[in-house]
Each structure stands twice: as C-alpha cells, then as structure tokens.
Design a protein around this ligand. Structure first.
Ligand code: ZN
Length: 314
C-alpha cells in the first residue's frame, strides 16, 4: 500500500475528521479487509461509528484497539497531525516542539505522545541486516572516556551494526543499548540485528569470539599502526553522527533510561535518510502504529516514566 498524502494541503483536506482518520487506519491495519483479532474470521458488522462485531465469535473491537491510539482521550485528527509533524522533523522531534505545534496544554502530554510515536519507529519483526556488516560498541554520554569491557561511570554502552555497501557507502544500521561488553551481551545484539551467514567485521575484541560458532563469518580488522587509521570506519561514522544528533537535537540531555528510544528514532531516520517523501514516512509510522503489539500497549508504557528535571530539551 502506497496511499499517503503528498503535501500539507492534501494532508489537511484528507484527515479533517476522526471518521476519515479511522478509515485510513482500517485500510492500513486490515489491507485485505477486517480480520477478527480473536478468531481471525473475516466477517464483521459495524456497531455505531467506532466498533466492529465479529460475525463468528461476536467479539467486539475497534480499529484502534491494541494500537498506540487505544484509550486516547484526544481526537485522532490530533494524533494524525502529531505523526505528520514528527515525519517532517529530520533532525529529531522534541516534546516542546510537539506541544507548540498541537497547542497541547501540558508538556507531559507532549512528552508521552512522543514516546508512543517512537514505538512506531521500530517495525515489529523488522528485517535484520545482512551481507557485510561492521559491528562495534561505543560509550555514549558521560564525561570520561570509557574503559572497554568494564563499563564506565556515567556512560551507556551502545552496540552499533552497519551494513557495508562498498562503493555505495553505508546501508542500513541498527543500534541498541547493551548491559556490558561480555560475549553473551554482544552476541544477543548481533543475533537480533544481523542475519546468520552474514560476514561480521569487528576489531577482534574477545567479546566477539563466539560469532563463528553462532553461524556468522567473522572477519577482524585491526588498527593499521603504519597508517594510523582506526579500524571500522563505518561504525565510527555512524557513532559520530549519532553523537552530533543527540547534542544538536537534545542538547545532550538524554538520560540512560531513555537512550533506547532516542536510538530508535535515530536509526529510523538514518535508515530512511534518502526518502524525501514526508508522506511516505508518515505512512510507515502509521503502519507500525497499528500493528498488533506483541504485548499490550499498557505494558510498554508502564516502564516509561515522565521527564526528569534538567531533561527538558527532548
Ligand atoms: Zn471473531
């Protein structure tokens, strides 16, 4: 499905009512028509403006049940405006900006909406990286340089994987916070992010020893002291872009607790950096937003607390 608004004018005329927004969500969520979330029956009849009742098991549902829009007290038109705005923020979205653009009374509301929308930046069951992939860890935040394998005070350890597309440069990337640089932590990230049989290039850190046994072709690139060049150029480029983005968009005011969400946003935007259509990004976010969550949405947000003092630049 490639049905999305091409510009602001189209967006505004198309999504001017909640009914129009619900119709659009239904087309995205059930592209082949209704499917009962309980019994997968394809037949349902509408009850009122919002509910559907399954003809087979009589289960009642709505197009927003189980999505990030569930239980919202705000009109869908407002949510759509928020998604449209976020899709257009190339350098990252801030809660303050969202509050202003939607005319929301509360910063907290804007902040929690932004976190819900970040969930839509990670496609459930998304494809893993493949081919030739560079992998390395990097410390983010804090003042002092990190000491490998032992953690560093005030810093978070972030794993980075980058597809090496040769002459075409960097392909897709993945980033994630890992608890430590142990073999198990690094392997967990690699398994989640990279397809088996791919060639994984690292700097030979002992934590990567298990890669071959796990089904990857492991190659090592060590520092060439005669050239003074650091190995794993692509990973270092991605990390420096991430750091610049965190500083520029969020003034570096990102707590460890929320770093995973910012990584998701950075990866989402980076992997779609050549996509010039705001409408297409909007569609992708909407598609991810209505996918049946692997766990109830309430469970996901339960673990997300509000902003902390000094964290107002998000
Ligand atoms: Zn049913």
């Amino acid at each position: 499905m490639r049905d999305y608004p091409k510009n602001l004018e189209e967006f505004e005329s198309r999504f001017s009512s909640d009914e129009a927004c619900r119709d659009y969500l239904a087309r995205i969520r059930w592209p082949e028509g209704f499917s009962c979330p309980r019994c997968t029956s394809r037949k349902a009849y509408p009850i009122g403006a919002v509910l559907y009742q399954c003809s087979a098991c009589r289960y009642q549902t709505s197009v927003i049940a189980g999505t990030i829009f569930q239980d919202t007290h705000k009109p869908l038109t407002m949510w759509f405006r928020a998604f449209w705005w976020v899709a257009g923020q190339k350098n990252g979205a801030s809660a303050l900006g969202l509050k202003r653009i939607l005319g929301l009374g509360s910063y907290r509301t804007a902040w929690s909406w932004l976190h819900k929308m970040r969930r839509a930046m990670v496609r459930p069951g998304r494809d893993r990286l493949r081919g030739l992939v560079e992998a390395d860890e990097s410390y983010i935040g804090g003042e002092k340089p990190g000491q490998r394998g032992r953690g560093a005070a005030g810093k978070a350890l972030v794993m980075v994987a980058v597809e090496d597309k040769g002459d075409q440069g960097i392909g897709r990337i993945r980033m994630g916070v890992v608890p430590d640089a142990s073999g198990q932590s690094l392997l967990n990230f690699v398994r989640e992010s990279i397809e088996e049989d791919s060639e994984v290039r690292t700097d030979g850190w002992s934590g990567y020893r298990g890669l071959s046994a796990a089904g990857y072709r492991h190659t090592v690139e060590r520092q060439d002291s005669s050239l003074g060049e650091k190995p794993l150029k692509l990973v270092h480029l991605a990390v420096s872009l991430l750091k610049r983005w965190l500083l520029g968009t969020h003034q570096g005011a990102v707590s460890h607790e929320h770093l995973p969400y910012y990584l998701d946003e950075f990866v989402f935007r980076f992997n779609r950096r050549t996509s010039t259509h705001r409408g297409l990004l909007f569609l992708r976010l909407m598609q991810n937003a209505v996918v049946d969550a692997p766990m109830p949405y309430k469970e996901i947000v339960k673990n997300v607390r509000g902003p902390k003092p000094g964290e107002h630049n998000m």
